[in-house]
Design a protein around this ligand. Structure first.
Ligand code: SF4
Length: 338
C-alpha cells in the first residue's frame, strides 16, 4: 500500500504502516515481538489496536515512536506520514518529527511527567525542541491556550505533577502531545489507571482535539468494549501479528477470525441485547510465549475451529469482506478458513 494513493477511495492515509517487524535478541534467541504488521489510518479517523499482553500492540506503538530499546530492534518495514518514512529517519530527524508529525499519549501519565518540573515547563520544553523563536510571554500564552484546550485552568501550569489528580495528569500529557499539531496521535491505554467517569471525559477531550486537528488516532488497548465507543476501525493482534482488521461494525457484527470471534463473544452486552452484563465467557488457554510460538497458525492450540492444516501452514492477512462500509475499507483476516 502506498501512502500517496491509499486503496480506500484514493485518499492519502495519515499513517501507512507496512510490514513492520520488531525483534528482541536475547540469549535464548530472537523473539519476534511484532512481525509483518501492516495497516493504515485515514486523516481524522480513529483506529483501535487490541490484543492480550504480549500480542505486540505496545511494541507496535513504541516502534512508530522509535522508542524500541536494545536488545530490541526494528527489523523491517515502513511507517509513512506525509510521504516521510519514520523508520528511516535519523535520530535528529525523528526528534523533529515527534510532536509535529506523531505524538504519544503514554500509558500511566504518572511515569511520563517529570516529577520535579512545573507543568508549564514540561509543555514549554516540548515546544522549545521544535521552535526557539518564541518570547517568554508567547510561551506563557501558548501554555495557557494548550491547558485550556484540555480543560485545565492556567494555574495548573504552575503546579507540579504530584499536586494533580490522575485525570489532570493525563490531560497534561494530552496537552503536550497536541502542542505541535501532530498528524497522528498514538494513545497507549491512556485511561487504564482512571475510574470509568474520568476515562470517558478524557476520551471525549481527546476526540474533540483530534477533530480540531483532523489528526488520526491509534488507540492501543485490551478493552474492546471501551474501544468500541471510540474507534472507527479495529486491528486485532495475536502473538505479534495482526490477525484481523476492519471497521468497528464489521468486527463487532461479523468477526471472521476465530480469535476475534472469541473476543467479541466474551464481551458483556455491547450491541448484543441477548447477553446480560457480566456474562463473560473467557477465552480458553493462554497467550503463547513468543519464545516458543506454535508452528503454522500461532492460534491453533486454542482455536475451536482448527483444521489439520493449521499447525503446518501460517495464514497471511487477506481480504475476507470487501464491502466498503461507508468507504472505510475492507475487512482482512489471517486464517486458513478463508
Ligand atoms: Fe484457527 Fe486454523 Fe484459522 Fe488459525 S488458521 S485461526 S487455527 S482455523
Amino acid at each position: 500500500m502506498s501512502a500517496e494513493t491509499h486503496a480506500n477511495g484514493g485518499h492519502s492515509a495519515a499513517l501507512d504502516v507496512n510490514d513492520l517487524g520488531v525483534s528482541y535478541y536475547t540469549s535464548s534467541g530472537e523473539i519476534k515481538a511484532a512481525d509483518g504488521v501492516s495497516f493504515s489510518i485515514m486523516p481524522g479517523k480513529r483506529m483501535g489496536l487490541v490484543g492480550e499482553s504480549g500480542s505486540g500492540k505496545t511494541t507496535t506503538a513504541l516502534a512508530l515512536m522509535r522508542l524500541i530499546k536494545p536488545p530490541g530492534r526494528i527489523t523491517k518495514g515502513s511507517a509513512v506520514i506525509d510521504g516521510i518514512d519514520l523508520l528511516s529517519l535519523s535520530e535528529e530527524e525523528m526528534r523533529t518529527a515527534k510532536l509535529s508529525q506523531i505524538a504519544l499519549v503514554p500509558q500511566g501519565a504518572m511515569n511520563s511527567l517529570n516529577p520535579v518540573a512545573k507543568v508549564k515547563n514540561q509543555i514549554i520544553d516540548g515546544l522549545r525542541d521544535h521552535d526557539a523563536q518564541h518570547s517568554a510571554s508567547q510561551y506563557r500564552e501558548l501554555v495557557t491556550e494548550l491547558l485550556d484546550k484540555v480543560g485545565l485552568n492556567r494555574q495548573v501550569g504552575d503546579m507540579y505533577p504530584h499536586e494533580l489528580s490522575g485525570g489532570m495528569k493525563q490531560r497534561v500529557t494530552i496537552a503536550i502531545a497536541i502542542s505541535m499539531g501532530p498528524k497522528v496521535i498514538i494513545a497507549d491505554e491512556p485511561t487504564s489507571a482512571l475510574d470509568v467517569v474520568v476515562q470517558r471525559q478524557i476520551m471525549e477531550t481527546l476526540a474533540e482535539l483530534q477533530d480540531e486537528l483532523a489528526a488520526a488516532i491509534l488507540l492501543i488497548g485490551h478493552d474492546i468494549g471501551l474501544m468500541a465507543q471510540f474507534v472507527d476501525t479495529l486491528g486485532v493482534m495475536y502473538a505479534g501479528r495482526l490477525v484481523e482488521t476492519g471497521t468497528l461494525r464489521q468486527l463487532l457484527s461479523e468477526p471472521k477470525h476465530p480469535y476475534t470471534q472469541m473476543l467479541i463473544d466474551s464481551l458483556p452486552s455491547l450491541e448484543r441485547k441477548d447477553r446480560k452484563r457480566g456474562d463473560l465467557r473467557g477465552i480458553p488457554g493462554t497467550a503463547p510465549s513468543l519464545y516458543a510460538l506454535p508452528s503454522g497458525c500461532p492460534f491453533h492450540p486454542r482455536c475451536p475451529q482448527a483444521m489439520d492444516i493449521c499447525p503446518s501452514e501460517e495464514p497471511l492477512l487477506k481480504v475476507v469482506n470487501d464491502d466498503h462500509v461507508a468507504n472505510q475499507g475492507e475487512q482482512q483476516a489471517a486464517c486458513l478458513l478463508y
